[in-house]
Design a protein around this ligand. Structure first.
Ligand code: ASN
Length: 344
């Protein structure tokens, strides 16, 4: 019998533990724990030992802010020595942002942190909460002594936390990992599969996590669209903005034929705003050398985000700008994989 793992469950809110109220579904303190206690599948020797703590207030994840990402990471940090792994129960709406942020805030993590949640509340029939919690707990039991980093487990798939994006508000397969295959898949057998080549441990891992540094910074996302005006671009990039994810077309292209728009982008880059290009299609890698429309963006100071998701690029900007004062360091670090978030 393998050693039984000791897991900390950090409950942040989300549909999984919500109750129906006259105002719509809302999380309620203690409710998820009472539902879990009555689920045969979620109790027994086949699972790790687990302790549940609630973050206050429990949130619909639409209300999550960067300070909540820090709170989640700090909770892992504060309890790091006492547990073998961590399970973060989270709403699906912004889970990909939180799991991406956690992967950076806990960059040197040498234990696994797995996020999960559900599309249907656990109080309802045909809910996916029991299944998602069960798969996550089983992954932690089977691999927590060998696995490190932040992951998201949903509909049987284990994916890197900074590679995921929410793709469905309608089906059980709520998340995809468009530019990196899932690292594991729970089939019908007892053993849960894991693709070891995709979960290589980070080099700078640590038994003791360094303090979490997070100062509030101003970052945003801006999707390029046909018809955008120079005034719009100026307003979006205006001070006090420090960093912006530009969701570009295709391989990283923009309207290079519009001199006024290009001048606004250049002015922002010259002021020190860090501009990171990601691609609007979910699948693909930025290449600012391919088209004249991409070279022009590179020439005015836009940095390639390679195949990062918008969620990873935004939270990485947040992390780097709150950690470093030097803009050139931030720009360089954007292009380097810190926690498996990009492939060049
Ligand atoms: N609105 C919910 C949340 O993100 C959606 C969910 O969890 N399925 O908290």
């Amino acid at each position: 019998m393998p050693k039984r793992a000791n897991i900390l469950m950090i409950y942040t809110g989300g549909t999984i533990g919500m109750k129906k109220t006259p105002k719509g579904y809302m999380p309620e303190s203690g409710y998820l724990q009472s539902l879990m206690a009555n689920q045969r599948e979620l109790n027994g020797e086949h699972l790790p030992k687990y302790t549940v703590i609630e973050l206050k207030p429990l949130l619909d994840s639409s209300n999550m802010a960067p300070s909540d990402w820090v709170k989640i990471a700090q909770t892992v940090h504060d309890n790091y020595a006492d547990y073998d792994g961590f399970l973060v129960i989270h709403g699906t709406d912004t889970m990909a942002y939180s799991s991406s942020a956690a992967s950076f805030l806990l960059e040197q993590l040498d234990k696994p942190v797995i996020f999960t949640g559900s599309q249907i509340p656990m109080q309802e029939f045909r809910n996916d909460g029991v299944e998602n919690l069960l798969a996550t707990l089983l992954y932690l039991q089977q691999y927590c002594f060998y696995l490190s980093g932040v992951f998201l487990c949903f509909a049987g798939k284990l994916m890197r936390g900074n590679r995921v994006t929410k793709v469905s508000a309608k089906t059980y397969e709520g998340f995809a990992s468009p530019n990196l295959s899932p690292v594991g898949e729970a089939g019908i057998g007892c053993d849960l599969g894991l693709e070891w080549s995709l979960v290589s441990r980070v080099e700078n891992h640590s038994d003791e996590l360094p303090d979490i540094i997070a100062r509030p910074v101003q970052v945003g996302v801006f999707k390029l669209y046909p018809g955008m005006t120079p005034a719009f671009v100026r307003a979006v990039l205006a001070a006090p903005m420090q960093g912006m994810v530009l969701e570009c077309y295709g391989a990283g292209n923009g309207p290079d034929g519009n001199a006024e728009i290009m001048a606004e982008i250049k002015a922002a880059a010259d002021r020190g705003v860090v501009l990171v290009a990601v691609t609007q299609p979910q699948i693909g890698n930025i290449n600012l050398d391919l088209y004249a429309a991409g070279v022009a963006l590179r020439d005015v100071g836009v940095v390639s985000g390679f195949d990062m998701t918008t969620e990873a690029a935004l939270t990485k900007l947040y992390y780097l700008l709150s950690k470093y004062d030097d803009i050139e360091t931030v720009k360089h670090q954007i292009t380097v994989s810190l926690a498996g978030e990009l492939t060049r």
